[in-house]
Design a protein around this ligand. Structure first.
Ligand code: ATP
Length: 312
């Protein structure tokens, strides 16, 4: 649905976005994840036509932003980082106003306002002034605004920024509901947010994409490093360590303090794409040791993120 090639933005001689290539597919919630100043907002503002790229191309559903921005704007709903709401308007009047601006005919307009009130949980506050709402409720009004004319593509810049944990869950649920049949790209610098909301995570750092994939792929893809923890009973520690460290793909072995007498707890460092639990199991089965526990852990997304975005 969105196809971006070599997208670049300079502010003066500072390069904020540096040759990004990106495809965003329908029915997928894509999270643009990166530290402060990574270039997320700049990228989203270029996608939505609010900022002119220095170079590169953006196509949305076959329309090119450089020649056909009007068609693209019709396909897109945009929630900027601080939603530009009119604070002295009632919520209903505000949504009525944006629906008119987006060209909805009267019958359709009322139907969409009702649908958005239900989806975003605004029913009880339709006659309150926008300025009196909490930040979470304002954000829900901003989402209703972005979706009022049922756009194919939704671009959400830090949709949960500044919200409390309950509000975050509410907004996340709304996004996941919409994401079933829309194309959504959102930015965040909060890892747990990206992990919980997005089907795919694109990590951006200093204007460049440094990783792209599902949460699982990112965890596994970063060097394929992981650990295997196992607990054995009835073993000779030195013999067990020698045997297990000889298995292909095992790069290190540590003995952990064991809570129970007669038990040996080991942590094996593993690399490569194979799941080494089967090899460990088979090696233990060939002995008379007892295998009490066997567990493999990938890298946490937080570790991957820190490795990819830490200062050079
Ligand atoms: P945040 O999470 O803090 O919002 P971001 O990833 O959205 O960050 P951008 O706002 O896109 O990052 O900014 C990328 C870089 O470009 C930053 O170093 C920022 O200071 C710089 N920048 C952004 N807007 C301008 C501007 N109008 N003029 C000059 N530099 C800018």
């Amino acid at each position: 649905m969105i196809h971006v090639e070599k997208l670049t933005k300079y502010y003066g001689d500072f390069c904020a976005v540096n040759g990004i290539d990106l495809d965003v597919r329908t029915g997928e919630i894509t999270g643009l994840l990166g530290p402060n100043g990574a270039g997320k907002t700049t990228t989203l503002r270029m996608l939505t036509g609010y900022l002119e790229p220095t170079s590169g191309t953006i196509r949305v559903d076959r329309h090119d932003t450089s020649t056909d921005m009007l068609s693209i704007k019709r396909l897109m709903g945009y929630l900027p980082e601080s939603a530009p709401l009119y604070h002295n308007m009632l919520v209903y009047d505000y949504l009525d106003y944006v629906a008119r601006i987006r060209g909805l005919a009267d019958g359709k307009k009322d139907e969409r306002i009702r649908a958005m009130a239900d989806l975003c949980g605004l029913r009880g506050i339709m006659h309150k002034p926008v300025g009196e709402l909490s930040k979470g409720l304002k954000q829900r009004v901003g989402l209703a605004h972005a979706m009022i004319d049922d756009p194919q593509v939704l671009v959400l810049d830090e949709p949960t920024s500044g919200l409390d944990p309950n509000q975050i869950v509410e907004i996340r649920d709304i996004i996941r509901t919409i994401g079933r049949d829309k194309t959504i790209i959102l930015s965040t610098h909060i890892l747990s947010e990206a992990e919980a909301t997005c089907d795919r995570i694109v990590i951006i750092d200093r204007g460049r994409i440094v990783a792209d994939g599902s949460t699982e792929m990112l965890k596994q893809g970063a060097g394929h490093d992981r650990t295997i923890s196992l607990t054995l009973a009835g073993v000779d520690a030195a013999q067990a360590k020698a045997m297990l460290s000889d298995l292909p793909g095992i790069t290190g072995i540590d003995e952990e303090p064991s809570g129970a007498p007669g038990e040996l707890r080991l942590t094996l460092a593993a690399t490569g794409t194979d799941d080494l639990r089967a090899a460990v199991y088979r090696a233990v089965r060939a002995t008379d040791w007892t295998l009490l526990e066997l567990r493999q852990e990938g890298k946490s997304l937080e570790k991957v993120f820190r490795e990819l975005t830490q200062e050079a």
